[in-house]
Design a protein around this ligand. Sequence first.
Ligand code: HEM
Ligand code: HEM
Ligand SMILES: [Fe+2]
Length: 460
Amino acid sequence: MKYSSQMVAKPYFIFALILLAGEIVFGLAMGVQYLYGDFLFPAIPFNVLRMVHTNLLIVLLLFGFMGATYFLIPEESERELWSPMLAKLTFWVFAAAGVATILGYLFVPYATLSASLANSFWPTMGREFLEQPTITKVGIVLVVLSYIFNTTMTVIKGRKTTISVILLTGLFGLAFFFLFAFYVPQNLAMDKFFWWFVVHLWVEGTWELILGALLAFVLIKTTGVDREHIDKWLYLIIAMTLISGLAGTGHHFFYIGTPGYWLWIGSIASAAEPIPFFLMILFAFNMAKNRRIVHDNKIALTWAKGTAVVGFLGAGVWGFFHTLAPVNYYTHGTQLTAAHGHLSFFGAYVMICFTLISYAMPILRGRPHGNGPKSQKVELTSFWMMVIGMIGLTLALTVAGIMQIEMQRLPDAANAMGFMETQAAISTVYMVRLAFGVMVFLGLLTYFYSFFVKEEKAVA
Ligand code: HEM
Ligand code: HEM
Ligand SMILES: [Fe+2]
């Protein structure tokens, strides 16, 4: 470790991994409820499991990004973090607020939670991914502001690199678009319209800048390729992200009560969205091919390449499936959407967190050359278990989606099956989904085990 303040990243990484385990357990519980509707009912109904599952995902990614930033920024800026104390403090504030919110979801009926936390005073609760009580949202804003302030001060006082500037731009964007979580118009079409300002402009805009910067950092470290080379790629990726992703928001404005021109804007702009994700694959594999050094931490580079590939599959390919308006007319809100949601979030954002953790954790644990070969082998096994598990889960949901569209969406009103009837007809496929979900969880446990593998002592 070059700077002692990088150490503040460690609790963020560990907590992100714990939350990931929680997220997957709740996903599995839902997978069981899809087959046995009474499972855990009435203690934890489906809507609560779903809310905990998706909220844990968002919070774990925020912890992952923060850990990654606190590790990366001192090294890029060639100076200690502006305030390690502030970073440590916000960790505890955020962790406590996060745990309290999840416990609230689990033990207090949502309506009671909303009433007792004065949601009517400034209503923000009840939208997917943004279910947090208003007070938690205010907490998130404060934590994120302190995080951005700390990072910006470090960058201002130190060396400025393309990576750190793009990362910071992404973080400012993340904070800015979250503010739309506080704006909930009464009109349902307007409500949806602005909801996507958070969700879409996060994952297909500002977070993509964060993703590009983090990927570039690990590639520099593990391949030793010149910065100028890396920077050119990064600019290209970021430019393509913004060109396609901003107007691409239009792919959520089909048939929801918005003007018809969105059909064209959304379809055309978002059809280009796979490009930056594809560039990330070229970027990662090119850097690996032209590498100047062979870093002992091989598994970190494997994660980096894996992020680019699975991110492209989940976001680029599965996103493209339903992004053209005439297709989306039939696929909207089906299991195909869930298939895409799973592989994109996992491939791009969960995996970039693994990439950073895989590179940084050994260093934070006093192993600058990465973990030993035995541990890396276990980690490689866990990599494949999780990747194959998530791809299997996605394929199962894709089959489920196609069946759903055939039975429920394509036939005319007289012949179309109802929603629940359709879901019952798909239940075998949901067993396959659950099986792959179990594989993902076992993969995560294997990953945890890789931290504790003892290496044989080298003979001196
Ligand atoms: C890593 C990047 C991405 C992530 C994390 C992501 C995630 C998601 C999620 C979770 C949803 C479902 C939201 C909901 O209704 O609850 C969604 C919807 C959608 N995504 Fe993505 N996405 C990404 C990139 C893309 C890309 C690049 C495209 C297009 C090429 C795309 C096209 C769509 C479309 C069209 C929908 C709406 C589906 C519907 O109408 O039901 N996404 N995305
Ligand atoms: C790191 C891995 C995972 C990620 C990133 C993830 C992400 C997501 C996302 C983004 C959604 C919302 C989808 C949408 O609105 O379209 C969701 C819902 C869901 N997830 Fe996951 N998930 C993961 C693992 C799992 C696992 C292992 C299972 C269980 C087998 C699972 C089961 C579910 C279920 C049943 C839903 C609700 C879908 C519905 O409303 O019908 N997830 N997950
Ligand atoms: Fe989108």
